[in-house]
Design a protein around this ligand. Structure first.
Ligand code: ZN
Length: 310
């Protein structure tokens, strides 16, 4: 059966799949990156995992994978197939496409940025299915974004497009890892809400999910923390939709798991701020943590279809 290899590399774990032509997941596996052993060990873990997936396909589906797609964190030069930088994995300028191609017997390899790759899947087969223009924003440890235009994701001239988490919302706000202050991700990521709620509740272990529960039970301190995050998020989203005019805004990541506790006030706060802009549909992500892997499979299949048509 014809299939491709899909790999989603995270900070600590890797998700992988063999994906059929119709997008079906034929086989799924997970493995640790081994990042405690250093950046070279992570690269070797990825290559070995891919080789094992190829062997699995040969054994169980009668042929080896036609192509591979890989999503990696950090900064990615997709055009040249280079994983430029990832702070959580410690690597710099890894020629991932070439290394994987060599390990996989010369099959074509597509390399993508993790959030943009997840966005591709959400836009095409997930929450944004059918939307010609969408924005995918996962609210996790940080906040990133993927700009979907006509079935593809905009990467920008240097691979930085969509970094909505570093829009400055409050110039006098908390320090951000990027060097600025008051970036959206310091105010409205799941980590930011966890920090704010741990401080406000006096429980250092309390996190964003606990805050959402406290909001639902009407705790006024939690309501204040939540409102602060929702206000910051709405300000960031209005900046994004003023620039991009998306039809659908897909919100994912840990914070979106709060469901309507997040979405109801968020839709209201965005609506309050827009003047001439058209309101997009604001919807929760549908694919959860498989988005990156499914997107990597789509990248691999896209590569094959462009090769055939070229
Ligand atoms: Zn920042």
């Amino acid at each position: 059966m014809k299939h491709v290899i899909a790999l989603d590399v995270g900070g600590t774990g890797m998700k992988a799949a063999l994906v059929g032509a119709d997008g079906a997941l034929l086989y799924e596996a997970r493995r640790a990156t081994g990042r405690e052993r250093g950046p070279d060990a992570v690269v070797e873990s990825i290559l070995a995992f891919a080789a094992d997936l190829r062997a699995h396909g040969e054994k169980h589906f009668g042929e080896s994978a036609l192509a591979a797609g890989v999503a990696v964190p950090g900064i990615v030069d997709a055009e040249h197939g280079i994983a430029v930088y990832a702070s959580n994995l410690g690597w710099r300028d890894v020629p991932m496409r070439r290394l994987l191609g060599e390990r996989l017997g010369g099959v074509p390899v597509a390399l993508g940025h993790d959030v943009r790759t997840g966005g591709l899947a959400e836009g095409r087969i997930g929450a944004g299915k059918g939307a010609d223009r969408f924005l995918f924003i996962p609210l996790g440890t940080g906040i990133a974004g993927a700009i979907g235009i006509a079935g593809a994701i905009e990467e920008g001239a240097h691979g930085y497009a969509g970094e909505i988490g570093h829009i400055v919302i409050r110039p006098d706000g908390p320090d951000c890892g990027c060097g600025q202050r008051g970036c959206l991700e310091t105010l409205a990521s799941a980590s930011a809400v966890s920090r704010a709620w741990a401080a406000a509740s006096g429980d250092p272990k309390a996190d964003a999910a606990d805050c959402a529960k406290a909001v639902e039970s009407g705790d006024p301190k939690a309501v204040a923390v939540w409102r602060d995050a929702v206000d910051a998020l709405a300000a960031g989203l209005v900046t994004a939709l003023t620039l991009l005019d998306p039809r659908t805004l897909i919100i994912g990541g840990g914070l979106a798991e709060a469901g309507e506790t997040l979405f109801t006030p968020l839709r209201a706060a965005v609506e309050e701020r827009v003047t001439f802009q058209k309101l997009p549909h604001i919807v929760p992500a549908a694919l959860g943590d498989t988005a990156g892997c499914l997107g990597a499979g789509l990248l691999a299949w896209d590569l094959l279809s462009t090769e055939v048509s070229a």
